[in-house]
Design a protein around this ligand. Structure first.
Ligand SMILES: Cc1cc2nc3c(=O)[nH]c(=O)nc-3n(C[C@H](O)[C@H](O)[C@H](O)COP(=O)(O)OP(=O)(O)OC[C@H]3O[C@@H](n4cnc5c(N)ncnc54)[C@H](O)[C@@H]3O)c2cc1C
Length: 442
C-alpha cells in the first residue's frame, strides 16, 4: 500500500483519488478552496458515457440535461454552419458544483482523506525525486504526488529539469474567458438552435457565444486567446445582446473571468515520484478547451497502470506508460488540433467569411467537430474533390491550407512517435523534437 497525495480537486484529481483508494492505497487529496459550493457556478458539456468509461455511478439525474444544438457563425455574422445533433443524452450539460459534490461523495465512500481549505505550498524534492508536499511549515512524505492543480500549477517549475516538463504555457496557449448569465427578455422567442458560437467574433482571435439554456438563463461567453481588455469584453457582450433579442440587459449572475488551456499536452507528464494530470498537464481539446473528459480518462489510464503493474516504485520509468497511453489515445490527436486552431484563428477574417458561405464546408462536415467517435460523416475522396474545386477560386487559401495541414500532420506524427520504453536520452530527444514541431507551428 502506497501513500499518495493528490493536489487539487479537479475532476481528474478526484477520479484518480477514488480509484487509487479503491485499490487499497492511502490517498490524501488537498484542495485550497472551501468545500461548500466550490467549482464554477455553471453547466459544462461532456459526453454521458464518460461515467461508464470510468466505471463510476451516475450523478443525480437532476444535475444534468441534454446538450443543445450548435450553430457556428461567421465573423461577419452573415453565414452559419450547423453541427449535426448527437443522439439524445449522448452529450450532456452538467452542473459543475453538482458534479464536484458527486465526486467528493464518491471520494469519501472510497476512503480518500479529503482536506479542503488546504493549500500545498511546495513539492518536497530530494535527490531529484519528489518525496512529498509542503503545507504551511509542515513537510508531509508521500510515495507519489499527483499534480492536478490546474493550468497555473506552480509545481511544474519545481520538478527537476531533466524530466522535460514545460513549466509555463505560452501566452497564445491560454484563452481568457468571461462567462456571465442574463435574464431571458420577456416576450421574446427561444432561438433555434439554442447555441450560437461566433468564430473570430468582432474580428478577434477568439470566440463568443450567446445561448438560452434549458433552465431559461441566457449564457454569455466571451473568450479571447491571450489577454482580453475590459473594453473588448464589454463591447463583445453589447454586440451579442444587440444581435440576440432574447438576451436582456438584466444580470442574473455576475460574470466570472477564468483561463482555459488551449494547447497540446505537456512534453513531460512524469517525473520520479510525481505525475501531472488535467490542465496542469495541458490536457484539454485545444479548439474548445473542454478538459473534463480528458482529465477523467487520463486518471483511469494512470490508475489502471498502477494497479496492473502492482507498482511500488513510482519512478518516471515505471510511470512512463501512462504518458505513452495518453499520447496514443488523445495527445497526438490534440496536438494536431492545436495546429488547426492556430490556423483557424490566424486566418484572414475575409477569407474565413468567404469559407463559411462558399459551400466548401457544409453542415454535414461539421459532424467532424462533434465528439461522436462513430461520426458517420467521413471525408471521402469525392467530397474532397468537390471542395477543392470550390476552394480553387482562392489560391491564397489553398496555399495556406496546404502549409498548415502539413504542419498539423507533422506535429501529430512526432507526437505519436514517443518512445514506448523509458530511456532518458531517447525521451529527452523526443521531447525536444515535439516541442520544436509545436513551436514551428506557432
Ligand atoms: C469558462 C470555462 C468553461 C469551460 N467549459 C468546459 C466544458 O464545457 N467542458 C469541459 O470538459 N471543460 C470545460 N472547461 C475546462 C475545465 O474546467 C477543465 O479543463 C477541467 O475542469 C480540468 O481542470 P483541472 O481539474 O485540471 O483543473 P482545475 O479545474 O483548475 O482544478 C484545479 C484545482 O486545484 C486547486 N488548487 C490549485 N492550486 C492548489 C494548491 N497549491 N493547493 C491545493 N489546491 C490547489 C484549485 O483550487 C482547483 O480546484 C471550461 C473552463 C472554463 C474556464
Amino acid at each position: 500500500m502506497a501513500k499518495i497525495a493528490v493536489i487539487g480537486f479537479g475532476q481528474g484529481g478526484a477520479v484518480a483519488a477514488i480509484k487509487l483508494s479503491q485499490q487499497g492505497h492511502a490517498v490524501s487529496l488537498f484542495e485550497r478552496a472551501a468545500r461548500e459550493g466550490f467549482g464554477h457556478p455553471w453547466y459544462d458539456d461532456i459526453r454521458f458515457d464518460i461515467f461508464e468509461f470510468c466505471a463510476l455511478p451516475l450523478p443525480p439525474r437532476e444535475c444534468y440535461t441534454n446538450k443543445g444544438k450548435r450553430l457556428f457563425i461567421s465573423p461577419d455574422c452573415k453565414n452559419s454552419l450547423r453541427v449535426p445533433s448527437a443522439k439524445p443524452m449522448e452529450e450532456i450539460s452538467i452542473s459543475r458544483p453538482a458534479l464536484n459534490a458527486h465526486l467528493a461523495a464518491l471520494c469519501e465512500a472510497a476512503g480518500v482523506q479529503l482536506h479542503f481549505e488546504t493549500q500545498v505550498e511546495h513539492l518536497l524534492v530530494e535527490n531529484e525525486r519528489v518525496t512529498g508536499v509542503v503545507i504551511g511549515e509542515t513537510a508531509l512524505r508521500f510515495d507519489l504526488v499527483i499534480d492536478a492543480s490546474g493550468l497555473f500549477s506552480p509545481f511544474r517549475a519545481e520538478l527537476p529539469g531533466r524530466f522535460g516538463v514545460r513549466a509555463e504555457p505560452g501566452e497564445t496557449d491560454v484563452m481568457t474567458a468571461w462567462r456571465g448569465f442574463f435574464k431571458w427578455e420577456p416576450g421574446t422567442a427561444a432561438p433555434d438552435p439554442d447555441r450560437n458560437i461566433y468564430i473570430k467574433h468582432q474580428g478577434s482571435v477568439g470566440l463568443s457565444w450567446c445561448n438560452l439554456n434549458d433552465r431559461g438563463e441566457v449564457d454569455v461567453f466571451v473568450g479571447r486567446i491571450g489577454t482580453m481588455s475590459e473594453d473588448e469584453r464589454k463591447s463583445a457582450v453589447a454586440q451579442l445582446q444587440a444581435a440576440n433579442a432574447f438576451c436582456s440587459r438584466e444580470v442574473l449572475r455576475e460574470g466570472v473571468t477564468a483561463k482555459i488551456s488551449l494547447r497540446a499536452a505537456n512534453p513531460g507528464l512524469v517525473a520520479d515520484g510525481c505525475v501531472l494530470l488535467g490542465e496542469s498537464a495541458f490536457m484539454t481539446m485545444p479548439m474548445m478547451g473542454s478538459g473534463i473528459e480528458a482529465s477523467m480518462k487520463a486518471a483511469i489510464w494512470l490508475t489502471e497502470l498502477i494497479s496492473r503493474t502492482g507498482m511500488t516504485d513510482f519512478s518516471a520509468a515505471n510511470l512512463w506508460p501512462y504518458q505513452v497511453k495518453y499520447y496514443t489515445e488523445l495527445g497526438a490527436k490534440y496536438a494536431f488540433v492545436d495546429v488547426v486552431k492556430r490556423w483557424v484563428l490566424g486566418i484572414d477574417t475575409e477569407l474565413l467569411n468567404w469559407l463559411f458561405g462558399c459551400g466548401a464546408v457544409t453542415n454535414e462536415d461539421m459532424g467532424l467537430v462533434s465528439t461522436d467517435p462513430n461520426n458517420p460523416n467521413k471525408l471521402t475522396a469525392g467530397k474532397i474533390l468537390k471542395k477543392a474545386a470550390i476552394v480553387l477560386q482562392k489560391p491564397k487559401l489553398i496555399a495556406q491550407t496546404a502549409l498548415w495541414m502539413r504542419r498539423a500532420l507533422h506535429v501529430r506524427r512526432v507526437a505519436s512517435a514517443l518512445p514506448t520504453v523509458y530511456d532518458p536520452a531517447k525521451v529527452q530527444a523526443w521531447q525536444e523534437k515535439y516541442h520544436a514541431a509545436l513551436g514551428k507551428a506557432v
